[in-house]
Design a binder for this molecule. Structure first.
Ligand code: SF4
Length: 286
């Protein structure tokens, strides 16, 4: 049995930079993070141990300094924080800023904005927080519930799967053939790389292990993507979740991880797989 790591996996630069910034500011003084910095319990409990607080709303912040996560926020929320006299540290990923600029372009050009993403995700709330009218779609039924608009502008949450966005855009175009439908590609490069590397890995694997937080959107999307190419896919948060019986009759174990999963968590999962079986490691193609 051998382990095949996906060529691109794990933490993206946006999340990595945001965590470094949070650690540095936590050492300097009391800090509150607006929403989850990352959807990974290992990272969150390490920050909690440093005394970092998390608030889901600006009104609940009790420290003089507030940090906006890599997922970004709206200008309206930033204005509220400043009005409360809070010092704001922005860890918004540059690729989330790209998505915000795409939405602003669609609004400027008089398109009705439709976001492909999860309505309650902090990034989607940030992308739509300055808009008075918009729609968010994630499933076919959401598209069927849309009202007609002469101009429809589509952008996506940065971590959505490319195939899902294409499918929903096709559906929007078929449902509103009279409308001018404009699509701006806002899925980030690390997400695309992880998804295509996961497909390449899953095609060769008998069993796939996906490492990441249960509430991590992109980790769950990786599970769904891998399941299209491999019948035995398991989602684990840590090495403690790995079950020896998963590897019966297995030649190749594929390994991938969501963009919020730290390297050390992935390494511990790999070590645990090696521990339950005697394996040789093969790196994925880069
Ligand atoms: S998933 Fe993409 S957009 Fe989000 S923080 Fe990572 S690199 Fe940035």
């Amino acid at each position: 049995m051998r382990i095949l790591r996906a060529a691109h996996l794990g933490m993206c630069f946006g999340v990595r930079d945001a965590i470094s910034l949070a650690r540095a500011h936590a050492d300097a003084g009391p800090l509150t993070i607006l929403g989850d910095l990352v959807h990974n319990p290992t990272v969150l409990s390490a920050l909690e141990a440093k005394g970092v607080a998390v608030a889901q709303d600006v009104a609940h912040v009790r420290t003089p300094t507030l940090m906006v996560t890599a997922h970004g926020t709206s200008q309206r929320t930033l204005a509220r924080t400043r009005a409360l006299g809070l010092t704001v540290i922005e860890a918004t990923c540059p690729l989330v800023h790209v998505a915000h600029r795409a939405v602003a372009t669609l609004v400027r050009d008089n398109y009705h904005v439709v976001i492909v993403g999860q309505r309650d995700h902090v990034e989607v709330r940030g992308l739509t927080g300055d808009l008075d009218r918009f729609d968010v779609v994630l499933e076919d039924n959401d598209v069927l519930a849309l009202e007609a608009h002469p101009r429809i502008g589509v952008a996506a949450q940065t971590t959505q799967p490319v195939e899902k966005v294409r499918h929903l855009v096709d559906l929007i175009r078929r449902r509103f053939p009279q409308s001018d439908v404009r699509v701006l590609d806002t899925i980030c490069k690390p997400t695309k790389e992880r998804q295509s590397a996961a497909v390449e890995m899953a095609r060769q694997a008998d069993v796939v292990i996906v490492v990441g937080g249960r509430s991590s959107n992109n980790t769950r999307e990786l599970v769904t993507t891998c399941a299209r190419y491999c019948a035995r896919v398991h989602h684990v948060q840590t090495d403690a979740d790995v079950r020896p019986e998963w590897f019966d009759d297995t030649n190749v174990v594929g390994l991938t991880a969501g963009t919020s999963t730290p390297d050390e968590v992935i390494d511990r999962v790999e070590a645990r797989i090696r521990q339950v079986r005697s394996v040789a490691v093969t790196e994925g193609r880069r």
